[in-house]
Ligand binder design. Sequence first.
Ligand SMILES: *Cc1c(COP(=O)(O)O)cnc(C)c1O
Length: 403
Amino acid sequence: MFSEVTRQDFDKVMLPCYNPLPMIPVRGEGSRVWDQQDKEYIDFAGGIAVSCLGHCHPVMVKALTEQANKLWHLSNVMTNEPALRLAKKLTELSFADKIFFANSGAEANEAALKLARRYAVDNYGSDKTQIIAFNQGFHGRTFFTVTVGGQAAYSDGFGPKPGNIEHIPYNDIEAFKAAISDKTCAVMMEPLQGEGGIVPPTPEFAQTVRELCDKHNALLVFDEVQTGNGRTGDFYAYQGLGVTPDILSTAKSLGGGFPIGAILTTDKVAKHLKVGTHGSTYGGNPLACAVAEAVVNHISTPEVLDGVKLREQLFRDHLAQINAKYPIFKEVRGKGLLIGAELVDEWQGRARDVLVAAGDEGLMLLVAGANVVRFAPSLVISTQEIEQGFARLECAVAKLYNA
Ligand SMILES: *Cc1c(COP(=O)(O)O)cnc(C)c1O
């Protein structure tokens, strides 16, 4: 197939902040993708937990094309029907009374953090500003969110950082007790760490965080950018954890591939984001909200959510089968279709090798750090696609193992 642009062009015309794989995918259908050379891939990556209905799902294509023929954009000088319908639906599916729309996960978290600071300062005065967050946590790449994130390497080297942010180890109850006080305005955590290696919270830890936030009048912010929208088998991960946040951020799977993010919160907290305190040109754009509405309506059905649990078991069974032949994984973690397989000690640092070898066999995977192979496929991936994908993974692992 003739192609006018190649991977080499990336190095010529794009900023070097990414190092993309050699192939250039050009089309997709369900959990299959084809590259410029028409090579087929099974997609276990889902565009990093975004393509929750796979590629070009008819429900999304219909919503997108119908809205594309009606109205694309207005600005927040006016409201619009898709945004209002989506906001209503998200309040029905969650603890929340109020929604704010953004365009990405980082922007949703930026709004969450600004809202938490404003709420604390309005209610308790200007020195209640401490934010507690967790080592290895990830919240996006704006300067505030990357500083709240738990990897200093991502926020170092950009000059003075936003202040009064403290990081402690995830799941460390004693460290948390020592860090929180009446000066704490918010705790930001993922209810299952994604980028940090697919690390679930212990129930006691999640419970303690909630109780101490209440005791110290600090808001609990759950970053559900990766875990939200059915990914864990509950519509939001907090529902499976039994701990309800004060603010929840969502993005990634919310649009199924169309950029959109949102925060969800209660009336009590929401009222502090008064007219003029925050905003976004595109946030709540009709085109994005129409697609997200279709995605949410489809994902939030019992059939899809129960299907996630069935598929999780298939993934775990297949991983166990591969591991019985080629013992490279020491632990399989996660929930629903957000699964991390941690490599054994002799394979430390080789997660990207597995990803590259899988790519050669026609399988798209993810990593979460250097030692964890991550799976975040479509929530409606077919049994056949799962079986073919694991056959390819087994070939890739066999080649690495026998090399
Ligand atoms: C991906 C991710 C983000 C950032 O989302 P963007 O859309 O890339 O800005 C924030 N938090 C978590 C938990 C994520 O996984």
